[in-house]
Design a protein around this ligand. Structure first.
Ligand code: RP5
Length: 202
């Protein structure tokens, strides 16, 4: 922890820089602008075991941005940076995080290990692994022992997207503006389906 009370890598300044850094990286394309957090204290932490998880986890960030929920993003590996993972989990509540979305693939220990060290609700996203198409990730995240829950979403992009929505729904319990954004999102989704109900004419 530094003199300003921020643990390594999680000051407001760092979150801001990270967002800009993501924008400059090779995963950014003109068609896929990188999601940027709304201003304010991050309420949701989007963490992942590897940079390679970002193409999946960006969908969580995208939904949070769309729904107006301030978030931060960070690579935190259970295996490669275990001390950072421990620090992130133990500091999450005092830093104001209300939900943690943790994505990981393969031997996906990150969500469960983070959940073991915090009472902040953890939503786990199984990333589609190269070897087993994410079935290993899914089982690693879902099969927690009784007493240490992780809310497990679907494998891959759908799970990441739904994790962002579900995190927003949790925040919406005390944030009317987020509830309004969710209602608008649901209505737009319904309208889109009803507008083109004949599958032969997409
Ligand atoms: C996990 O190992 C990560 O979450 C990632 O999904 C997987 C592979 O990581 P890389 O080898 O691509 O860094 O820890």
């Amino acid at each position: 922890m530094d003199s300003g009370g921020n643990i390594h890598g999680f000051s407001d300044e760092k979150v801001c820089v990270m967002t800009e850094t993501k924008t400059a990286q090779s995963t950014s394309t003109p068609e896929q602008p990188q999601p940027v957090s709304p201003p304010g204290q991050p309420k949701v932490g989007v963490i992942m075991g590897s940079q390679s998880d970002w193409p999946t986890m960006r969908h969580s960030a995208q939904m949070l941005a769309q729904l107006g929920v301030a978030f931060e993003v960070q690579v935190v590996s259970a295996h490669r940076t275990p001390d950072l993972m421990f620090e992130y989990a133990t500091q999450a509540q005092t830093r104001g995080l209300e939900v943690i979305i943790a994505g990981a693939g393969g031997a996906a220990h990150l969500p469960g290990m983070v959940a073991a060290k915090t009472l902040v609700p953890v939503l786990g996203v199984p990333v589609k692994s190269r070897a087993l198409n994410g079935q290993d990730s899914l089982l690693s995240i879902a099969q927690m022992p009784g007493g240490v829950p992780v809310g497990t979403l679907a494998i891959g992009e759908a799970g990441a997207k739904n994790a962002g929505i579900l995190a927003a729904q949790i925040i919406a319990n005390h944030a009317p503006e987020v509830r309004q954004a969710l209602e608008a999102f649901r209505q737009a989704q319904t309208d889109t389906v009803l507008a083109v109900s004949d599958p032969r004419n997409p």
